[in-house]
Design a binder for this molecule. Structure first.
Ligand code: ADP
Ligand code: MG
Length: 236
């Protein structure tokens, strides 16, 4: 027997945490909610395999924390396991950003209320900052994950059929509807662009709209019973 190289262990453990497009979106949305965001924009390109972007208007990440924000097991949410008793956040393991860096190319643009401008950080596969530059975005955080699973051909292969890709988009939609219902004061917008198609959906449980630009179709709350049963099925 031989011990696996550290880089292989890292890749294997990251691929257990980040298993799909929807798991990236889930982790990023939860970080945005933990940061107190009231507005979250989710953008996918090519079913999320070219680009996943989640933008929020939350508290942002302090410049002092940036060097460790994507280092595994660094978190601002707990200091020791005793804090789990009073946990009020979705995240606490400090694994998500580091795991996403391991299986995709990651950019993080962030600005706190105390900052004069936002900063865009480019991260490497270990979550270290490679470069940084000033940016124009307002308060909050935008995480961009490019070329998901570029280094995991088996995982990519799993999503090689149109059917699997469409199923993945449906899972993202369902996830966002669930968060929309759980967090009625948060505005969540979902945009998916693939070649020849542009689909935009806006979820707000107080006045939920599904805007489909391609089909020019709009429907709003109250949802049809079939849509409700689908949502409740997913929630419980
Ligand atoms: P966890 O959520 O378990 O702490 P993550 O890897 O998801 O771990 O995030 C690491 C840290 O980066 C978080 O603890 C938080 O301090 C910061 N962070 C990540 N995403 C955001 C965001 N959207 N807004 C503000 N801070 C964030
Ligand atoms: Mg998290």
């Amino acid at each position: 027997m031989k011990q696996l190289p550290a880089a292989t262990v890292r890749l294997l453990s990251s691929s257990q945490i980040i298993t799909s497009v929807v798991s990236v979106v889930k982790e990023l949305i939860e970080n945005s909610l933990d940061a107190g965001a009231t507005s979250i924009d989710v953008k996918l390109e090519n079913y999320g395999f070219d680009k996943i972007e989640v933008r929020d208007n939350g508290e942002g990440i302090k410049a002092d924390d940036a060097p460790v924000m994507a280092m595994k097991y660094y978190t601002s949410k707990i200091s020791s396991h005793e804090d789990l008793e009073n946990l009020t956040t979705y995240g606490f393991r400090g694994e998500a950003l580091g795991s996403i860096c391991c299986v995709a190319e990651v950019l993080i643009t962030t600005r706190t209320a105390a900052d004069n401008f936002s900063t865009q950080y480019v991260l490497d596969g270990s979550g270290h900052i490679i470069s940084q530059k000033p940016s124009h975005l307002g308060q909050g955080t935008t995480v961009t994950a490019l070329r998901l699973f570029k280094n995991l051909p088996v995982r990519k292969q799993f999503y090689s059929t149109a059917k699997k890709c469409k199923e993945e988009i449906k899972k993202v939609q369902d996830l966002l509807i669930n968060y929309g219902i759980l967090k009625p004061d948060v505005r969540i917008v979902f945009v998916h662009n693939k070649i020849g198609d542009s689909t935009k959906r806006l979820f707000h449980p107080r006045n939920v709209c599904f805007l489909n630009m391609k089909m020019s179709k709009t429907c709003s709350f109250p949802l049809k019973s079939s849509q409700f049963s689908n949502i409740f099925h997913l929630l419980f």
